[in-house]
Structure formats: structure tokens, C-alpha cells
Ligand binder design. Structure first.
Ligand code: SAH
Length: 389
């Protein structure tokens, strides 16, 4: 583990990314554990929190906004908390280090290539953001250049110079964002080099990840989380399960070896496409993916009186919704495995399910976002209480 005096960041206090950097890691773990314990207390005890052995430089998705400082120098960094001013970040303690080096190179190349930096106030300029996605296991790096126009002058030489400095880059994508918006990525994309996506492996399976698809930012801890979810599920091999909010299909594909059939549902079109490719890539034949709102989809399944033995859900921070949860209750699977990135909405949803025939049996937290305040994942096993249905 790193020593305290090595922990430095020029943007500390301004960026808001890692508010707990100064707090000893052991204390961070205790605080997160207590937070989850308190929220879950009415429903379930907490087995513990799984720590990260090396809790730095873990983020596999790195974003830099570009701007100019008062002297006109190009800066790459993050937005100041609650503002749209770019604060330079030289060394971030939680982002992949190679990705950070690539961003510094792009910043320097902007000067030699005289690339215009986008100005949010005037709407003038070309380079808005850089997004880098990293396949930790495969060593692949995808660089997404977010520009205000589809034309990158001297494109070939720019990419050549970038790849020369960073041979680890396996793909470069140009994304066009020509709107005045705080969203990073625009709709149009053009692959400038390589495949246009990265691959990574988790729990022995390979996954393709497009620029816009959701993928957990901390793959080391994700693996622990999925293994915990599978251990809780304790599948026998004959189950038909739903993987809801499935993203690129990671959980369902990992679970597919242990069950008869997996049905995945996800709203994001790109993620569903990736999920289908991922099933093929791993030669998994007992999984199907549907592009739909999870609540609507489950309501339909409930209407058809479909048989489901277990539901795994992994919703975004807002948690699930009543359409979904009440359909779970009417479909009545023997087990529900709830994976949550927000203990507040998890507690709310547990209240719903435990009030309608389910009992929370056990829960475990996973520190998915070390150094950040209160971001913690939790996995909960619910089973049908005796005497219901
Ligand atoms: N299980 C995946 C993704 C979890 S993140 C993994 O572990 O990688 C939550 C996912 O829910 C995102 O992919 C998001 O696009 C999706 N999502 C958000 N709202 C949704 C909804 N209403 N219905 C279905 N999917 C939704």
C-alpha cells in the first residue's frame, strides 16, 4: 500500500472526485461499513466490507475536460465542483496511470498541432474532452477524442504521434459533440484507428465495451462483487434467471455456466448490442438480451405468468422502481439478488420487498470506489419468506 506522504493531488479539494483521500483507508472502510449497516439494520445484518488491496489508480474510465488557463496555456483536468471551470489535474490518485499519461500527451500535442481548444462560453474551438477506457486484463486502451466538429485537421499525423508515444493505444474514436451541453459524448462516432471498442476479461469471460456502454470502473472489485453474488445465489443448474439492468451482460454471462437460462434486460441500445456480441464471443448459448425498461419488461413477464427462479438486479444509483419490484413480487422467484451502488435506494427497495413476502438473508458490502466519499456497493440475498405463494 502507498505511504501517506506519497498521496498528493494538485486538484485536491477542488475536484470532488476523491473527498476521502486524506482519510486512512482502514477508517474509510469502517465508515462505509457503518453507513451500510445503519441503512440495512431494519432488514438485514452486514457480513462485512471487501476492501481493495491496492486502493489507488483503479479507475478504468478516465475523463479529461480541456480548457485554457489565464495565461492561455492548454490545460487538461476536471471541472471544479459545482462549476464549469476546468481545474488542471496532473496526477490523479484513483485513475489508471497510463490513461493519465495519454491525456498529458494529448495536451502537449494540442500545442504542437495548434489544435483549438473548445470554449464553452463562445462555442468556438475544436477539442472538448478526452475519454479513455482501459481493459485492465487485456492491456487495451481506447481513446475517444470528443470534438465540436467531425473534422480533425492533420488527423493521420496526430494519431501517428499519439501512438508513437503510447503504443498501448489499441483504438482511437472521434466523437462529435456539437451541442451546448454538459454531456460528454455526442451521438456521432467515427473510428479513426483500431476496432472502436476495448475488450476486458472478468471472472474468466471476455467482454467488449463500446465508448458509451456502462462498465464497472473498478474491475478488481467488480470481480469480487460478482463472485459474492454468485455465492449468494448458490445456483443448482436448472434455474431460469433474469439479469436486470444488465449493461453489457457481464453478470448474466458469468452466471450462465451455473444455470439453465439467463434473460437479460437493459435500456441502453449500445450496451444491449455489446451484450449480444459478448454472449457470442464467449460461446454462451443460454442467454438472451432484450432492449427495454426493466420495469416494463418484468411487468410483461409477470403478465405472461413466466417462470423465473431468481432475479439478479443491478440498477443505477436511483435504484429500482415500483413497476419492477411489484412484478418481482408477482413472478415470485425463490431468490432475489440485489446488487446496489447506492445504499439509500437499496434500503428503500428492501423495505418494499421485505414488506411483500421476501426476507433479506445476508448482505455484503464491496468497496468499489476507494478514496471517494460514501460510494459503496452492496450485495443482498433475499429469499421468499416461508408461507408466501
Ligand atoms: N449489471 C451491469 C450494469 C449495471 S449499471 C454491470 O454490472 O456492469 C446499471 C445499468 O442499468 C446501466 O447499464 C444502465 O444503462 C441501465 N439502466 C438504467 N435505467 C434502466 C432501466 N429503466 N431499465 C433497464 N436498464 C436501465
Amino acid at each position: 500500500m502507498m505511504k501517506k506522504d506519497e498521496i498528493t493531488c494538485s486538484a485536491a479539494g477542488k475536484c470532488g472526485g476523491c473527498d476521502w483521500l486524506e482519510r486512512p483507508y482502514e477508517k474509510q472502510l469502517r465508515d462505509k461499513k457503518r453507513l451500510v449497516e445503519e441503512l440495512l439494520k431494519p432488514y438485514c445484518g452486514l457480513e462485512g466490507i471487501l476492501p481493495m488491496e491496492q486502493p489507488y489508480f483503479y479507475r478504468n474510465k478516465v475523463h479529461a475536460a480541456f480548457g485554457r488557463d489565464r495565461r492561455g496555456n492548454v490545460i487538461a483536468g476536471t471541472y471544479e465542483k459545482n462549476s464549469h471551470r476546468v481545474v488542471p489535474v496532473e496526477h490523479c490518485m484513483i485513475e489508471d496511470e497510463n490513461a493519465q499519461a495519454i491525456i498529458r500527451t494529448i495536451r502537449d500535442l494540442c500545442v504542437s498541432f495548434r489544435m483549438k481548444i473548445y470554449d464553452e462560453d463562445t462555442g468556438y474551438g475544436l477539442l472538448r474532452h478526452v475519454l479513455i477506457r482501459v481493459g485492465r486484463q487485456t492491456g487495451q486502451y481506447l481513446v475517444v477524442l470528443v470534438l465540436s466538429s467531425p473534422i480533425l485537421p492533420d488527423k493521420n499525423n496526430f494519431i501517428k504521434a499519439l501512438r508513437k508515444a503510447h503504443p498501448e493505444i489499441t483504438s482511437v474514436v472521434l466523437n462529435v459533440n456539437d451541442r451546448r451541453t454538459s454531456m460528454i459524448l455526442g451521438d456521432k462516432e467515427q473510428v479513426l484507428f483500431g476496432k472502436g471498442y476495448i475488450e476486458d476479461t472478468l471472472c474468466g469471460k471476455t467482454f467488449r465495451i463500446s465508448p458509451k456502454s456502462f462498465y464497472q470502473v473498478n474491475p478488481v472489485q467488480t470481480q469480487k462483487l460478482y463472485l459474492k453474488a454468485l455465492a449468494y445465489a448458490d445456483f443448482k443448474g436448472n434455474e431460469r434467471i433474469v439479469d436486470a439492468y444488465c449493461g453489457i451482460g457481464t453478470i448474466g454471462i458469468v452466471a450462465s455456466d451455473y444455470v439453465q437460462e439467463v434473460i437479460g434486460v437493459e435500456l441502453n441500445k449500445d450496451a444491449v448490442r455489446d451484450a449480444r456480441v459478448n454472449a457470442r464471443l464467449n460461446r454462451v448459448r443460454n442467454v438472451s438480451f432484450y432492449e427495454n425498461d426493466a420495469g416494463q419488461f418484468l411487468t410483461q413477464m409477470a403478465g405472461q405468468k413466466a417462470r423465473v427462479d431468481a432475479v439478479i438486479l443491478d440498477p443505477p444509483r436511483a435504484g429500482s422502481d415500483e413497476a419492477f419490484l411489484s412484478s418481482v413480487v408477482s413472478i415470485s422467484p425463490a431468490k432475489v439478488i440485489y446488487i446496489s451502488c447506492n445504499p439509500q435506494t437499496l434500503a428503500r427497495d428492501l423495505k418494499f420487498l421485505t414488506g411483500r413476502g421476501y426476507r433479506a438473508q445476508k448482505a455484503c458490502a464491496v468497496d468499489m470506489f476507494p478514496q471517494t466519499a460514501e460510494h459503496v456497493e452492496t450485495c443482498v440475498l433475499l429469499t421468499k419468506a416461508a408461507g408466501t405463494h
